[in-house]
Design a protein around this ligand. Structure first.
Ligand SMILES: Cc1ncc(COP(=O)(O)O)c(C=O)c1O
Length: 362
């Protein structure tokens, strides 16, 4: 069912982008693999990477379309989701005038990209359960061009309730981005199947998380074809290297990813059960992702101790409603075991110290 939202892409896009005549590679129009290529001033001698990559990534998009059961024309690929976030802001927000809305705490790059583009950032805090505060978002988003929703959210690890996202899609007639970087770890189908119903919906996914390919920098976005065309116009012509297109195609043939996800989820449960036993742990937030947000009694001491022992976690304690919180990625079983062993050590030491301090006060 399509929504009746009043959505006009031509009124949303920055006027200069609407008028923009993009750089065109002669090969965009051509699919004959045997053609003699004298158009791009390359070195013709046959080494593996002497040719520019396909600017439209046709083979890779076809493979992704097949796996995601989504038409090719609804897919846009970026140099990581980060490039797509930046392109969306550049396509729709006029520097010094327009704004985006984010639901904090959330992934930091929405704000960084907005700042880079001199675009204002309206921040609305997530509620006590880290869900979206719809009335406030609707009220404050009057001037915003894009609302970013991260689900499962980084750093809070939870899925955003589907009905809340639908509420925004149906009541905000500009762009709603649902960043699903961690969706493969959640027991939820996400919003990919809904791009046909909502012309204002952009779903972001990535090869960096469950696909275990953060090194190749490949982000995927799914949306109505009109928005794909706008982003295609403003991206750098060869934004996905040939090396990366090949690596991604190879990765898509490998289905061991589901067993890896299963292992990560088992490890996540084990980590939760072990962390719960520690006195230094105040709260573990429920997780739909491959990381945990954990509130510690003395997070700074925990962070420093782990660092000294060679374990790096992310301090998120300065984020709204994340007092004392560290974000911990679920690693391999041995890594998780090391983490817990070290934390147990610290837990014991702090408990003994507390006991000693209590004794002294009597
Ligand atoms: C929510 C979220 N979106 C996007 C990204 C970046 O993805 P990519 O590696 O595809 O740029 C991250 C990275 O941590 C993330 O947490």
């Amino acid at each position: 069912m399509k929504t009746k939202i009043n959505f006009d892409i031509n009124k949303l896009v920055r006027p200069n982008i609407l008028k923009l005549k993009p750089y065109q590679s002669a090969r965009e129009q051509m699919s004959d693999k045997n053609a003699i290529l004298l158009d791009a001033n390359e070195n013709p001698f046959p080494v593996e990477y002497n040719r520019y990559p396909d600017p439209l990534q046709r083979e890779l998009k076809m493979k992704i379309a097949e796996q995601k059961k989504t038409p090719v024309e609804n897919i846009f690929l970026g140099n990581g989701s980060d490039e797509i976030i930046d392109l969306l802001i550049r396509a729709f927000c006029i520097p010094g005038k327009d704004s985006i809305l984010i639901n904090v705490p959330t992934y930091g790059m929405y704000e960084v990209c907005a700042n880079m583009n001199d675009v204002k950032v309206i921040k609305v805090e997530l509620d006590d359960e880290f869900q979206i505060d719809i009335p406030t978002v609707l009220k404050k988003s009057q001037q915003a061009k894009i609302i970013f929703i991260c689900s499962p959210n980084n750093p809070t690890a939870n899925l955003i309730q589907q009905d809340l996202i639908v509420d925004l899609l149906e009541n905000f007639n500009r762009i709603v981005v649902v960043d699903e970087a961690y969706i493969d770890f959640a027991n939820d189908a996400g919003f990919l199947s809904k791009i046909d119903n909502y012309p204002n919906l952009v779903v972001l996914q990535t090869f960096s998380k469950a696909r275990a390919m953060a090194g190749i920098r490949l982000g995927m976005a799914f949306m109505n074809a009109e928005i794909v065309n706008i982003l295609t116009k403003i991206k750098y012509p060869y934004n996905i290297s040939l090396l990366n297109q090949k690596a991604a195609l190879k990765a898509l043939e490998d289905d061991s990813v589901s067993s890896e996800i299963k292992a990560i989820l088992q490890q996540r449960d084990w980590l939760i059960s072990e962390l719960q036993k520690l006195k230094i742990v105040e709260k573990i937030w429920p997780s739909d992702a491959n990381f945990l947000l954990v509130q510690f009694k003395n997070h700074k001491q925990v962070f420093d101790f782990l660092k000294k022992e060679g374990i790096i976690v992310r301090d998120r304690s300065n984020e709204p409603n994340c007092n004392g919180c560290l974000r911990i990625t679920v690693g391999k079983s041995l890594e998780n075991l090391m983490l817990i062993t070290i934390l147990k050590h610290l837990d014991k030491r702090i408990s003994e110290y507390d006991f000693f301090e209590i004794q002294k006060s009597y």
